[in-house]
Design a protein around this ligand. Structure first.
Ligand SMILES: Cc1ncc(COP(=O)(O)O)c(C=O)c1O
Ligand SMILES: N[C@@H](CCOP(=O)(O)O)C(=O)O
Length: 424
């Protein structure tokens, strides 16, 4: 394994923990895949599907050879993450106008979000270097995931969360797993700058997605999808975009699968941002090659409340190699799409629903053809943000096509039953 700076191209193979080059650019991990044969890999990954209670039972570590081959197995900190469901839904087909739409529910991960795929690798790497203190700044999912893995590793976690516009459930989940949580004035973007400056002095191992080991782990999401679909991917893969780690890992994973000969066609990727926090979409749609940060991002999909996504250059690479596109959607579109996903029985938090909202929009503009096959990655669990559920189902939200209301009454159970019989 070696590290390559995405800005100046400098290579290193340092065993110390680095995520920045001396020039300031982010690092990318590059493996030597020359020694692998596609059929042997397919066989190995299939065999491991029957593993139980070994690290290879994890939907991430099943692909260890493509993620972190050098790591000794006794350093792996796992909760058998991944292995999440892949679904289809008639309701979502009708809502998007597509003939075939798949949903990969990373919301079923142990801490309830796709972050677990990357966090198991970052914390395992930190452990292998002897770190006992881990950190991140977070809108709540990264921190929940970190706190969970740090506790499993018998280590401490120190987490910095913005003091507003984030979901209380996620912060409570983080605290419950045992993290020390610091609430600060500012956004995720301010938190990242703080950690870039001070984590070394504080002896903290940074678990945000500027850490390239997070990206390596998150590649497993597309490996797992490809394996499940017998190494033939749909024509489009759709992800929500915040810090852009998911889009980065998706592009990298697709590149791995293609260069190894595990797939023979690259799908196209669409990255969907929330309108109030869409600096990447603005840059791409204006055909610029430099991102202008948004100092005051705001969206009700709080996981996407990011104005200066650290991985934007890596995500741009994903777009280039997949003939990818970007789009932004309003909070109303996100919440309505979320209601349909919830009603379909799958469920997700708002940020994830940006995907279905984006697909509906792209199909109506005929960018995606109704006949094309599309898969979206649902990133977080329905219970991650119950404030939004209250707002949507009990509040004054008006544009809901799938609004469910709770029937409030002062009736006894028996009279409710009689009413139901009358209406039958
Ligand atoms: C549930 C959820 N969805 C989507 C995102 C956005 O992913 P990314 O930051 O990798 O773009 C995040 C956080 O980043 C998240 O927590
Ligand atoms: N929504 C994220 C923010 C991005 O975090 P990172 O892990 O990609 O740095 C969160 O859950 O904190």
């Amino acid at each position: 394994m070696k590290f390559i700076c995405i800005d100046c191209g400098k290579e290193s193979s340092s065993s110390e923990f680095e995520y920045h080059c001396t020039c300031g650019g982010l690092l990318d991990i590059v493996h030597d895949f020359q020694r692998y044969d596609a059929d042997l890999l397919k066989h190995l990954f299939k065999e491991r599907l029957s593993e139980r209670m070994t690290p290879y039972a994890s939907g991430v570590w099943r692909y260890k050879e493509l993620i972190f081959p050098e790591l000794p197995d006794n350093c792996i900190v796992t909760k058998y993450e991944g292995n999440t469901g892949l679904y289809t839904s008639e309701l979502l087909q009708n809502y998007t106008g597509l003939k075939q739409v798949f949903v990969k529910a990373q919301s079923e991960n142990p801490s309830g979000s796709f972050k677990d795929n990357g966090m198991t690798v970052a914390v395992s790497h930190g452990k292998s270097l002897g770190y006992k203190k881990f950190t991140c700044t977070s809108t709540g999912n990264t921190s929940s995931s970190l706190a969970m893995y740090a506790s499993i590793a018998n280590a401490d976690s120190y987490v910095f969360v913005p003091d507003k516009d984030i979901s209380l459930n996620k912060v409570l989940q983080t605290v419950s797993y045992g993290a020390k949580v610091f609430s600060f004035v500012g956004t995720y973007d301010d938190g990242i700058q703080f950690l870039e400056k001070h984590s070394n002095d504080l002896g903290l191992y940074v678990c945000n997605s500027i850490n390239p080991f997070r990206i390596e782990g998150q590649k497993s999401i597309i490996y797992e999808i490809a394996q499940y679909l017998n190494w033939e991917l749909p024509e489009w893969i759709i992800v929500p975009g915040g810090a852009l780690s998911n889009a980065t890992a998706l592009g990298k994973g697709l590149h791995d699968l293609f260069t190894l000969g595990l797939i023979n066609k690259m799908p196209r990727v669409a990255i969907v941002q929330a309108e109030g926090a869409s600096p990447f979409h603005k840059m791409v749609s204006q055909e610029k090659r430099e991102l202008t940060p948004e100092p005051f991002p705001y969206t009700r999909a709080s996981a996407l409340n990011i104005g200066n996504p650290p991985s934007w250059k890596k995500a741009l690479h994903t777009l280039i190699q997949t003939r990818g596109i970007t789009i932004s959607v309003t909070d109303e579109e996100i919440l309505d799409a979320k209601a349909v996903i919830d009603r379909s029985g799958i469920g997700c938090e708002p940020a994830s629903a940006a995907t279905i909202a984006g697909i509906r929009n792209l199909v109506s503009k005929q960018v995606i053809d109704k006949e094309e096959s599309v898969l979206c990655i649902l990133t977080g669990n329905i219970l991650k943000d119950t404030d939004i559920l209250k707002y949507y189902h009990l509040g004054e939200h008006t544009c809901a096509s799938f609004k469910n209301t709770i029937q409030h009454s002062r009736l006894t159970l028996n009279s409710i039953r009689e009413n139901m019989i009358e209406k039958k």
